[in-house]
Unconditional design. Structure first.
Ligand code: UD1
Length: 426
């Protein structure tokens, strides 16, 4: 297993480029299931979850070509024949977003078999709301040896009110609705930019959708969709991670190829901390020099403060003057980074869904363990300001969602390198 070795202390200076959004790319790749024709996606990030989704689609009979480098991260997907509409456990267990194929598979083929997602490092993460909505649209869902089996002659439009706001649930049911008979109204939808990005692709494929990006989405089903070409949004969580990297190291960083309009809640919070931020159309300059102040956060659905930035923000909070309160409202059990940050000298206590960070403590290097994607990013950020050489183990969690993180950070002055496990142990 690879490790990162990080020597802290350098302010990050220069320009760092943001990749395409993993969380947009995953549903957009699943949307290719909805047509026999070719779907071309640009700005696909080169991360492990995308590789997993490619394997998933290929295992069902799709042809997928992932082009990187000069091919501008372009992906061609063609699901001419879906010989095996099954999402196998071996793949689903490594990526929970695999449940995104459920809606499109049943819409296209009238049947889907998807391994039930197991537990997850950041809480239970059930998919009951996806299933309830599909049942309301006429799917019959049964459980069979760890698999969910969904069948229907044809899905029909329905009025669905999500009990809770769910991002992939909204995306999954949106993909089911575009080929359903009649009109579907989805209420209490997620308003995340990733939902809007998916809707833009579906519309380019011939779907009739209004209201994406608001809490009510209306879909008029069509009998067939066609191929399309679509460019994936920039990754707002990667951009946000770089914003904090600039702020925590006292750097001066230009974050290029991002969409600042997707980062409102984070930018407002960083400004409250005393970080200087200049926003242009597709880049952000972040500067920090003097002492930063504590500012509390509470995670919420978009456009609130994203849960996917909570861990990284907590690394910054260890360095601001005063006490910060971080409340996690979206997921239970999303404080796995706390223990590791404390091992590096932070002073954080957790009670239920709230963490209290007594800031301004100098961090020291340590051997730390990555536990999930964003927790790992938080440890990298802490390591960038820690005294000495921090070794981060299990960086495959980072590779799930950050494209060449260590190379990008090295390009702006960080001392970070990847080290393969010399013993090759798993
Ligand atoms: C997506 C993102 C993830 C992000 C999260 C919240 C992708 C691939 N992943 O995850 O990075 O952290 O949104 O912004 O886009 N819930 C239920 N029943 C369901 C579905 C969800 O109870 O059927 C609950 C979850 O347990 C959680 C909350 O709803 O407490 C939100 O989850 P959801 O928005 O579905 O997260 P994901 O879509 O899995």
């Amino acid at each position: 297993m690879d490790k990162f070795v990080v020597r802290g202390g350098n302010p990050l200076l220069g320009t760092i480029k943001v990749s395409g959004a993993k969380n947009s790319a995953l549903p957009c790749m699943a949307a290719a299931i909805l047509t026999e024709e070719e779907v071309i996606l640009e700005n696909i990030p080169q991360v492990r979850d995308i590789e997993t989704e490619r394997r998933l689609l290929e295992s069902m009979g799709a042809e997928v070509q992932l082009g990187y480098g000069r091919a501008q991260h372009r992906t061609h997907i063609q699901c001419a024949v879906l010989s095996d509409p099954v999402a196998k456990y071996e793949i689903v267990k490594t990526m929970r977003a695999s449940s995104l194929v459920l809606g499109p598979l049943i819409a296209r083929t009238g049947m889907a078999r998807v391994a039930m997602p197991g537990g997850c490092a950041i809480g239970g993460r059930p998919i009951d709301l996806h299933l309830k909505a599909l049942e309301a649209m006429g799917a019959v869902i049964t459980q069979d040896h760890g698999y969910l089996e969904a069948k229907t002659d044809r899905l029909r439009g329905a009025h669905i009110v999500f009990d809770k706001i769910t991002v992939t649930g909204t995306e999954d049911i949106l993909m089911a609705a575009v080929l359903a008979e009649g009109e579907t109204v989805l209420e209490n939808c997620a308003r995340e930019p990733e939902v809007t990005d998916l809707a833009a692709l579906l519309i380019a494929m011939g779907a009739q959708i209004t209201g994406a990006g608001t809490s009510t989405i209306k879909v008029r089903g069509v009998s067939k969709l066609h191929g399309a070409r679509h460019k994936i949004n920039p990754d707002r969580i990667e951009a946000g991670t770089f914003l904090i990297a600039g702020a925590i190291t006292g750097g001066d960083l230009n974050i290029d190829s991002c969409d600042p309009t997707h980062l409102g809640a984070l930018i407002a919070k960083l400004e409250q901390c005393g970080v200087r931020i200049d926003v242009a159309k597709d880049h952000i300059r972040v500067r920090s020099g003097g002492e930063l102040k504590a500012a509390d956060i509470s995670t919420e659905e978009y456009p609130g403060f994203p849960t996917d930035m909570q861990a990284q923000y907590m690394a910054l909070a260890t360095q601001t003057a005063g006490t910060t309160t971080v409340t996690e409202n979206i997921f239970e059990n999303r404080f796995m980074h706390v223990q590791e940050l404390n091992r590096m000298g932070a002073n954080i206590s957790v009670q239920g869904r709230t963490a209290t960070i007594r800031g301004g403590t100098p961090l020291q290097s340590a051997a730390v363990m990555c536990s999930d994607l964003r927790a790992s990013a938080s440890l990298v950020l802490a390591a960038l300001v820690a005294e000495g050489e921090t070794i981060l183990d299990r960086v495959y969690h980072v590779d799930r969602g950050y494209e060449r993180l260590e190379e990008k950070l090295r390009g702006v002055g960080a001392q970070i390198r990847r080290m393969g496990d010399v013993f090759g142990k798993k």
